[in-house]
Ligand binder design. Structure first.
Ligand code: NDP
Length: 256
């Protein structure tokens, strides 16, 4: 009974930005829980190698799709293609994201625009395209990837924090509008994880040590730390959990 609550057998899941890093780890976790996973990104060559590796290690059937999450019309076409080639989406994980670092007074308009488009507008575009299909079916799970910056500021990343704060509020608004249609929309907010996006921070020994001392768990996150929370939010176990931000951060946001 308990294990069937978390069973994702035959659920169709799209994870945006899953060619590498956190997205690929999340897609792997969903595949291991039984889902039919669609990997996504902009580079078909990188995607194909991620697909082959995941299919080989998990034994699951894994699909790929290519579209730019910042282009609303590409998103609509891409989502339609996924549903016709793979099947109706049960699960969407809005994970694609970028980081840019600069002092506030030096931030360029184009970096601001890129951050807002990739981290926030994308959640609206992909979320809306998928929700329009989930609503008539009366069910679905949407998980938006936030960050500890959904509630904490840091020098040099004000625009990123603004987008991730926006993701937390968009999650609540989507819950309000989609909850009555049987759709749960929650956010999963990772602490500091070692990926390409954080490579500069990992290589900065002073910052790396700061993360360890600032985090009650005393370490950086490892990608597998995210899987249990994600599977919970994508499964029947969370059918009455809606509009929440679940921090998987070793306790960082709980303490000053
Ligand atoms: P990576 O840079 O490792 O991966 C980002 C993914 O997003 C890639 O697959 C990339 O593929 C894709 N992507 C980027 N821009 C676009 C676009 N315009 N259209 C389609 N796909 C795109 O990042 P992480 O794995 O570290 O981060 C993933 C998410 O987790 C982000 O939302 C990030 O903000 C969040 N996060 C990360 C933390 C960390 O410590 N690493 C902590 C908290 C949150 P491609 O470039 O080939 O298109």
């Amino acid at each position: 009974m308990t294990s069937s609550l978390f069973d994702l057998s035959d659920r169709v899941a799209l994870v945006t930005g899953s060619s590498r890093g956190i997205g690929l780890a999340l897609a792997t976790g969903l595949a291991q829980a039984g889902a039919r996973v669609v990997l996504h990104g902009r580079d078909p060559v990188v995607l194909e190698s991620a697909r082959a590796e995941l299919a080989g290690t998990s034994g699951a059937t894994v699909f790929t799709t290519v579209f730019d999450v910042t282009d609303a019309s590409e998103v609509a076409v891409g989502v339609a293609r996924v549903e016709s080639e793979v099947g109706p989406l049960d699960i969407l994980v809005n994970n694609a994201g970028i980081q840019r670092r600069n002092p506030f007074v030096e931030f360029t308009l184009s970096d601001w625009d890129d951050l807002v488009a990739t981290n926030l507008s994308s959640v609206f575009f992909v979320g809306q395209a998928v929700a329009r299909r989930m609503v008539p079916r009366g069910r679905g799970k949407i998980v938006n990837i936030g960050s500890v910056q959904s509630q904490l500021g840091r020098p040099g990343i004000a625009p990123y924090a603004a987008t991730k704060g926006g993701v937390a509020m968009l999650t609540k608004g989507m819950c309000a509008d989609l909850g009555p249609s049987g759709i749960q929309v929650n956010a999963l907010a990772p602490g500091y994880f070692d990926t390409e996006l954080t490579r500069a921070l990992v290589e900065d020994t002073a910052f790396s040590e700061w993360v360890r001392t600032r985090t009650p768990a005393g370490r950086w996150g490892q990608l597998h730390d995210l899987i249990g929370a994600l599977v919970f939010l994508c499964s029947d176990a969370s059918d009455f959990v809606n509009g929440q931000v679940l921090y998987v951060d070793g306790g960082m946001t709980a303490v000053v």
